[in-house]
Design a protein around this ligand. Structure first.
Ligand code: DQA
Length: 147
């Protein structure tokens, strides 16, 4: 066990699978969680998988991660483009941070092409669909490996 990774999801991702499937695909967030748990087991990682539509809750979870997580995988969703508060919270976390976007934000509207979270992220994965979460966990296994 190399540690527990918090996988945090921002607003509207609870609607994954139903919301704009042409952009975000048909897999649900429960499907993504199951796939993450499967892979994390293979990688020897623990996973806390969470979603909130409330910015303050995501911030509280990042604070909790300071005590409990080896790393954070985060899809901040729309907060990526607006939230200095989430950036500040991540800056107070010492472990690795990987930012995931299901869609390729750089090929979309200009307001999506800037992410505050990217200023802190050690890695950014965008446009790989929900597989991006699994790529992030693989990278996290490398970054959190001890010895
Ligand atoms: C997203 C991209 C964001 O621009 C958008 O607000 C989301 C999802 C993605 O996973 O592609 O809600 O983070």
């Amino acid at each position: 066990m190399t540690g527990t990774v918090f996988v945090l999801n921002g607003p509207n991702l609870n609607l994954l699978g139903k919301r704009q499937p042409d952009i975000y695909g048909t897999e649900t967030l429960a499907d993504v969680e199951a796939a993450c748990r499967r892979l994390a087991g293979e990688l020897g990682l623990g996973v806390e998988f969470r979603q909130s539509n409330a910015e303050h809750e995501i911030i509280d979870w990042i604070h909790e991660a300071r005590e409990r997580a080896a790393g954070i995988v985060i899809n901040p969703a729309a907060h990526s483009h607006t939230s200095v508060a989430i950036l500040d919270a991540l800056n107070a976390f010492e472990g690795p941070v990987i930012e995931v976007h299901i869609s390729n934000i750089h090929r979309r509207e200009s307001f999506r092409q800037h992410s505050f979270v990217s200023l802190r992220a050690d890695g950014v994965i965008a446009g790989c669909g929900t597989q991006g979460y699994l790529l992030a966990l693989r990278r996290m296994a490398e970054l959190t490996a001890t010895g």
